[in-house]
Design a protein around this ligand. Sequence first.
Ligand code: G
Ligand code: G
Ligand code: NA
Ligand code: MN
Length: 253
Amino acid sequence: LKMENDLRRSLANNEILVYFQPKVSCPDGHILGMEALVRWQKNGKLISPADFVPLAEDVGLIVPIGRYVLTKSCQLTEKWRKSTGQNLKVAVNVSARQFKDDDLIQAVEDALSETGLPISALELEVTESALMQNPEATKKVLEELRKMGATIALDDFGTGYSSLSYLRFFPIDVLKIDKSFVDGAPADQDANMLLRAILAMAQGLKLRVVAEGVESADQVRFLHSLGANSIQGYYFSRPLPDQEMGSLLAKKV
Ligand code: G
Ligand code: G
Ligand code: NA
Ligand code: MN
């Protein structure tokens, strides 16, 4: 309860921060865009989303926090698009609770009109388990967002328990291959075989792919050899505060 009350005050106290992790082209490392990753700066200490997003979801605070992250992400990305002249995209994570309790379409429209970001630059990342909490209703919202011009990415792909038929049921543009599949590559033959199968399936279904958790040059080479064209991970960059993300863009793009 103490943590819930602290979290309740965190937005008003400017303690909710948005970090950004670059998504880069494989193998050359050209920055294509970034994923927004929320942080809670509580008494000077950074708390990772794994340690407060589940609580925020349970008590409904993920709705105002999610709106804040969305608006901040659109605002900064529009600034970086202007300063670099590059067609950068931003990916924002969305929880099941936001589909249920918030008018997500209105939230997106508000964020875009407030910031001027074109909707073609906005990607929404949804996990398989979030999709499965209310498949029919979630599908309708995603179809509407996609019709408006947003991109839909399936996060943590391969870690859920649902059948692959949902890849056709939901309007999905991008698969984010979970870090657990990338971890073993290229030393572990089983990991390599799974990555190869996922990439072949994605190509067959005409889905774009982002490999997550890429930490080594060997992994970059291997993913490139399998036809992966976009990667995210510590090898290129950790999630960065917005000023550092801005500096990186100024240097690299
Ligand atoms: O940044 P980090 O790797 O610690 O993120 C851990 C988890 O928290 C990831 O699964 C990510 O999807 C989730 N997460 C990060 N930022 C957000 C956010 O803004 N909203 C929601 N709903 N989840 C987030
Ligand atoms: O949304 P998702 O659950 O995929 O969140 C990505 C999480 O993975 C974030 O917490 C981010 O900090 C973390 N992450 C991103 N790249 C790497 C990486 O290369 N290695 C490790 N260990 N974690 C990573
Ligand atoms: Na994510
Ligand atoms: Mn992920």
